[in-house]
Each structure stands twice: as C-alpha cells, then as structure tokens.
Design a protein around this ligand. Structure first.
Ligand code: TMP
Length: 239
C-alpha cells in the first residue's frame, strides 16, 4: 500500500496522526518511541518501542477482526506506521480488569493480584487536564461522551467481548491478561468501532508461570528491561 502523508493533525504522548493524500477517509498513525507515565510526568525515549507497539497492535487488531470485532485498522505500511479508517474518538478510556492492580488497588484497597470475581469495566474521561477521572454511566451521559445509554451499553458489552477473546488468546501464549485500556470511535456511517491501539503500553501482561511483568509497568515502576519485555510479548503473539 503506497501512501503519502499530507498534514500532521495531532500529536499525542505516544502517537502522531496524519491526513493522507490518497484517501480522505483514512489517517496515517505513526507510533512514537516516547514513553510517558503518570499523565506525562515521567518521560523517556526507547528506540524501537513504536515499531514493537505497531506490530503488536496490528496482530491483535487483525486477530480481533477474525472474531467479528470491527476495528479502525486498514493496514500496516511501515515499521512504525499504519493506515486507519477515519473515526471520531469517543472521549472515554474504557478500562477492563481481570486481576486487581494499579489504580484499582490504590483506589479501593483491594490486594494487588486478587483475581476479580467477574470482569470489571470502568470508564474514564479522556481529558488530560482533569487527569482522566473515573466516570459512572450518568457522568458519561451528562458529559455527552456518548449519545445515549444504548451506546454506552454497546461499548461495555463490546469491551467484555474483546476481553474474552484476548483473555483466551493470551492464555494460549502463556500470558495473563491482567487489565487493559481501549478506545472506540464512530466512523462516518455512525458505527462504533475499536480504535487507538492495544499494546503493552495499554495492557498489563503477566507471565503465566512467574507473574513477571511484561508491559509498561516496567517503566512506570522503574524495573528496566522494557524493550525485552515488549519483544517477548510480540514473539509469543507470533508463536
Ligand atoms: P490503571 O490501573 O493505572 O488505571 O491502568 C489500567 C489499565 O489501563 C492498564 O492496563 C494500563 C492502561 N492505561 C492506559 O493505557 N493509559 C493510561 O493513561 C492509564 C492510566 C492506564
């Protein structure tokens, strides 16, 4: 697929989004090597991280498509770039949790590593200035993050479906899917589709045998070995 970047429309902490010459209905997404945590307070560069996330996310999105999940992915065009369908991002970070860790343990005092009795879906408002506050259904509606409760329920059910598919997929690869964050967008026909990325930046993966962390917690917690961990995730996905 031969495509040409036109104009940079957005630069976030981990990605740049470009319009493209060949197709007005698509964007080019460039995965950066930057790493941030704690809402950008901690920063670093890790050469090759963008390419790893591009490859990992592409594999996961393609796998989800085969299971009937509609995504924005069109194709990967280089080591760190992919073409995606244009969609309007719904300003919710949809967090799905199977095992308690991270902000959940801090917020509710649940012991780290506790297997949750059922899958927990949380919505956070995607606004950096507010530090992505957690929202309940009424907040989502009052903020017009979604148009109606049916849309929110669809997002929640799709997130659970994605969790089921990914949980089984990663179990076969010897990884526990602890939790993850996904985002959805609306395409030009009004369909809600999976957007953004699914990578070790946005998921927590623990080795099934050792519970070794194979995700961005290595950076958040200053454990080192981030790139080796991401390479391990990619190798297991491809195995
Ligand atoms: P948390 O425990 O810090 O709330 O994170 C839950 C999940 O969401 C975890 O897999 C990491 C992911 N996440 C992001 O992708 N972006 C973010 O900004 C945050 C805070 C978490």
């Amino acid at each position: 697929m031969k495509v040409t970047k036109k104009e940079m429309l957005y630069e976030g902490k981990a990605k740049k989004v470009w319009s493209m010459v060949e197709d007005d209905d698509c964007y080019i997404v460039e995965f950066k090597d930057s790493l941030t945590a704690f809402n950008g307070l901690k920063k670093a560069e890790e050469l090759g991280k963008g390419a790893l996330n591009n490859k990992i996310s592409t594999q996961i999105f393609k796998m989800l498509e085969t299971k009937g999940i509609k995504t924005h992915l069109v194709d990967t065009i280089s080591d760190n770039e992919q073409v995606v369908k244009k969609c309007k991002i719904i300003p919710l970070e949809v967090v799905v949790r199977n095992i308690a860790t991270g902000s959940l343990t801090k917020r509710l005092g649940i012991k780290d590593g506790t297997v949750l009795p059922f899958t927990l879906v949380e919505f956070c408002y995607k606004v950096d200035e507010l530090n992505d506050p957690i929202l309940n259904d009424d907040h989502c509606l009052i903020l017009n993050a979604v148009e109606n409760i049916e849309e929110l329920n669809y997002i929640r059910e799709t997130a659970k479906k994605i969790n089921n598919i990914m949980h089984n997929f990663f179990k076969e690869k010897g990884l526990k899917l602890v939790d993850f964050k996904i985002e959805f967008g609306k395409d030009k026909d009004g369909n809600i589709i999976l957007a953004d990325e699914i990578s070790p930046d946005s998921c927590r993966f623990w080795d099934a045998k050792t519970n070794e962390k194979l995700d961005k917690d290595r950076f958040r917690q200053g454990l080192g070995g981030l790139k080796v961990a991401y390479e391990e995730v990619l190798n297991r996905i491809l195995s």
